[in-house]
Design a protein around this ligand. Structure first.
Ligand code: FAD
Length: 489
């Protein structure tokens, strides 16, 4: 029986463990923290509030179901979810409010009614986004782009041929302006999808305009019990399959002999393994666990994705006008992204995202209260004065949300916790606290991510949000599928 060590129990590491265990391997997961999940953790605050700590939006749920099915289990015995409708409540700076209904037709009519943009234009844009997704995403996201064999497959050749017409030379923002020349609010609404992989719509290629299809074509979903249930149910499955999880045991070094990985070292000792999969961010994997090996410097120096500043608030009131996902847009979106990606700071008027799960999971807050996860996109940590930025942003968030809802939120806050980029880096080892590894602010970004294997060291593999195909729950799950295929072959 071959044995594999996985460094990190993030969602990518857990999914890889399941896939390898299903194939009969002995798998041991080493996790630095006291529990699993990584960015996908949960927290509780005094007074009876529960929060998902990191991700809040869940798309492509079949990628989770698939893991239970591979193991011969019925997914619904472990994990249930429902399609969200409405998906998002948008509050624009001019006071207009738009509801993003799950049904694309209903959403198109809502945009026409509230923003005066013809429903047909919205329909056409979403249809194009769907076609672009179908033509390329399946191929680029499900295969290793770094193995020559990939390029011999007919679907890959077809997808490569489709790329130029998807807009390699224009930006996402330009694509949206061309689609909606008369209303900057619709442009802002679709530009926001660049943040789904921590990128800047004013730099990211127009190819990323396929992201809205995930939500508006395929759907946004809410797992019963919250996002953390994804990690919980998959760890349960992994344990049933015999995977061993070793918590509070950070890996200190990946052991190498003659160009081959032989195992790893923790404070408890050396462990021999045939393969090692790092689910830890690729930058610290090279810097800390392989300090004497040459690192792929060009790949590691790719610009980072954005990070986040999150306020977890227990709020002593219910707001029926809010849903699970709520966006309070800033007035000047361009300035906001310039602040993040050029000035490496936070705009004084940032867009605010509020996620509330207590409407769907009543045990997440006491009766009559809500659990607010309040997030602002920010640059990754480069030594900024975070306490000052946190104070400035907290005031800006209260101003913006208070103005939109016509209520002073400050006095309603009964419990509070703050997570900033240095905190994200400290808890998850993500370089600079970037949420999605490197950014996609570049036409070739997809090809510049680190591959799922090491080109120099046999037996070393990589999964998770910092490598191919990218960050976010679905892509981390796909990285697990690519890695387990690479290991098997
Ligand atoms: P990570 O979650 O990065 O976990 C890595 C694990 O490795 C950690 O548990 C860490 O402790 C462990 N580790 C590190 N070093 C060592 C070591 N030396 N030894 C042992 N263990 C180690 N995605 C979405 O799809 N939708 C969203 O709405 C969304 N919103 C987000 C909001 C926030 C605030 C954050 C932080 C992320 C968000 N994401 C979202 C991104 C998503 O959470 C991540 O892409 C995904 O969870 C990353 O998983 P991963 O497999 O890369 O592992």
């Amino acid at each position: 029986q071959t044995s594999t060590a996985i460094i990190g129990a993030g969602i990518g590491g857990i999914a890889t463990a399941v896939r390898l265990a299903v194939r009969g391997q002995r798998v041991v997961v080493f996790e630095a923290q006291e529990s699993f999940g990584g960015k996908m953790h949960q927290l509780e605050l005094p007074g009876g509030y529960r929060f998902d700590g990191g991700p809040s939006l869940f798309t492509l749920p079949h990628l989770v179901d698939e893991l239970f099915e591979l193991a011969g289990r019925n997914p619904a015995d472990y994990f249930r979810y429902q399609r969200l409708d409405p998906i998002t409540e948008y509050f624009f700076a001019d006071g207009t409010r738009v509801t993003a209904w799950a049904d694309a037709e209903k959403f198109a009519r809502e945009v026409e009614e509230k923003l005066g943009v013809p429903a047909a234009d919205v329909r056409a844009f979403l249809a194009r986004s769907g076609r672009a997704y179908d033509a390329t995403a399946g191929t680029f996201l499900q295969k290793s782009l770094h193995k020559a064999g990939t390029y011999l497959s007919p679907d890959v050749l077809k997808a490569l041929a489709a790329l130029p017409q998807l807009g390699l030379t224009s930006t996402m923002h330009q694509r949206h302006e061309a689609a909606f020349p008369d209303d900057p609010r619709v442009v802002q609404l679709f530009d926001r999808f660049a943040t789904y992989n921590g990128s800047d719509p004013y730099q990211a290629p127009a190819t990323l305009s396929m992201i809205p299809h995930l939500e508006h074509g395929i759907g946004a979903f809410y797992p019963e019990g919250g996002i953390y249930a994804i990690a919980q149910s998959l760890v349960r499955l992994a344990e049933e399959l015999g995977v061993e999880f070793r918590y509070n045991e950070p890996v200190r070094e990946i052991l190498v002999e003659n160009g081959r990985v032989t195992g790893l070292r923790t404070d408890q000792g050396n462990y021999p393994f045939g393969q090692v999969v790092s689910n830890m961010d690729v930058v610290p994997t090279y810097r800390h666990l392989l300090p004497t090996q040459p690192a792929p410097e060009r790949t590691l120096s790719q610009p980072r994705s954005s990070s986040a500043l999150i306020f977890y608030w227990g709020v002593a009131r219910r707001f029926p006008e809010l849903g699970v996902h709520n966006i309070f847009f800033s007035e000047d979106y361009k300035r906001e992204f310039e602040a993040i990606f050029q000035q490496q700071t936070i705009s004084p008027d940032p867009t605010v995202y509020v996620n509330i799960t207590s409407g769907h999971t009543p045990t997440d807050a006491p009766e009559g209260h809500e659990n607010w996860f309040v997030m602002v996109n920010v640059p990754h940590d480069q030594g900024q004065d975070w306490p000052a930025l946190v104070a400035q942003t907290r005031a800006a968030v209260l101003r913006r949300v208070g103005q939109a809802l016509g209520t002073d939120i400050g006095p309603l806050i009964r419990a509070e916790h703050v997570w900033d980029p240095p905190g994200i880096a400290a808890r998850t080892s993500s370089f600079g606290g970037a949420l999605y590894g490197s950014s996609s602010n570049n036409t070739l970004a997809a090809f510049l991510r680190h591959p799922n294997f090491s080109r120099r060291l046999k037996g070393l593999y990589f999964c998770g949000g910092s490598v191919h195909p990218g960050g976010g729950i679905p892509l981390c799950l796909l990285s697990a599928s690519i890695v387990s295929d690479l290991i098997e072959n």
